[in-house]
Every structure is written in C-alpha cells, then in structure tokens.
Design a protein around this ligand. Structure first.
Ligand SMILES: Cc1cc2nc3c(=O)[nH]c(=O)nc-3n(C[C@H](O)[C@H](O)[C@H](O)COP(=O)(O)O)c2cc1C
Length: 153
C-alpha cells in the first residue's frame, strides 16, 4: 500500500469529543503524508459507510464496562453482524484509562476483532492511549499516525 490516493476514512466514536480531536490530528498527519482523508463521526452510519475507502481508521474511546461510545454502537453492531470488508486495510487508535483495569481500551479491541472477522487487514499495531498517563491523547494520536504514514508511504 502506498499513501498516494489511498482513500482513507477516519471514523470516530466519542462521548465528550476527545476522540474527535484525536481523529483531527490523525487526519492532519495522514493528509500531510499524501493520504486522501475524510473524517466523520460514527453517528447514523451503517457498514456501507466503509465502502468508498481503502483504509479505515477507527478512533474510539471506551465507556461503561468496556462499551463502545453511544454514537458508535449502531455502526459497530452492523459490522459485528457481518459485512464483507475483504481487501480493506485498517488501523485503530483507542482511548481509555488504566483506572478501568479490566476493560482498558476494550472498545478498540472489539473493533479489531470485528474488522478482522469481516476480512479487513490491520496494517499497524493498535495504539492505546491511557488518560491517566499524563500525555495528551491528541498529541499521541498525531505522532502515531505520522509514524506509520511515512513507513507505508
Ligand atoms: C463513565 C466512564 C466510563 C469509562 N469506562 C472506561 C472503560 O471501561 N475502559 C477504559 O479504558 N476507559 C474508560 N473510560 C475512560 C475514557 O475512555 C477516556 O477518558 C477517554 O479519553 C474519553 O474519550 P472521549 O471523550 O472521546 O469519549 C471511561 C470514562 C468514563 C467517564
């Protein structure tokens, strides 16, 4: 895969907006590396929203006991029910807090399992941001994306 003309969909699930700030930094980093990016909140989407893209980037926080944020639940359910995403690549930036030891960043892991089950291929390790770490999630997100964007490009 090379970055040029890679149609990249950045899909964001968030409760308070931090994950969207992270998605914005991912978009800036990938666009700067030549990826053709479109960023959207997951609200109201079904699995066909993935169709136009070669690369799917999921940016999600975790709520409840390892739950997907409310605005991502319908899209996640559609993917978990089964949808052909073979030929597509994906990457995941996962926000959480190690205070929730048993469910740290579980939503990102659930997306990973669901996307793999649909035939998509993860191109980079999942990045898991810990809100208790003292680092800014949006900074880590941008650095993460810039790191693999140049490798792929
Ligand atoms: C009520 C509540 C429940 C949470 N549950 C989890 C959890 O189960 N696992 C986890 O890793 N983080 C959990 N978190 C931490 C959030 O995922 C983290 O603060 C994240 O940065 C929020 O991003 P957002 O503002 O984009 O939703 C929880 C936070 C709150 C307020």
């Amino acid at each position: 895969m090379s970055s040029g003309n890679t149609r990249t969909g950045i899909f964001v699930a968030t409760m308070t907006g931090l994950a969207d700030m992270c998605g914005e930094e991912v978009e800036i980093a990938l666009s700067g590396a030549g990826f053709d990016c479109e960023r959207q909140l997951m609200d109201g989407l079904d699995a066909s929203a993935f169709e136009p893209f070669d690369l799917i980037v999921v940016v999600t926080s975790t709520y409840g006991h390892g739950e997907i944020p409310d605005n991502g639940q319908a899209l996640f359910a559609a993917v978990e029910a089964g949808y052909d995403l073979s030929g597509k690549n994906y990457a995941i930036f996962s926000l959480g807090d190690r205070t929730y030891a048993d469910t740290f960043c579980a939503a990102g892991d659930r997306w990973d399992a669901a996307l793999t089950a649909c035939g998509a291929r993860r191109i980079v390790e999942i990045e898991r941001h810990d809100a208790s770490s003292g680092t800014l999630a949006e900074d880590v997100a941008g650095e993460w994306a810039a790191g693999w964007a140049t490798q792929i490009g």
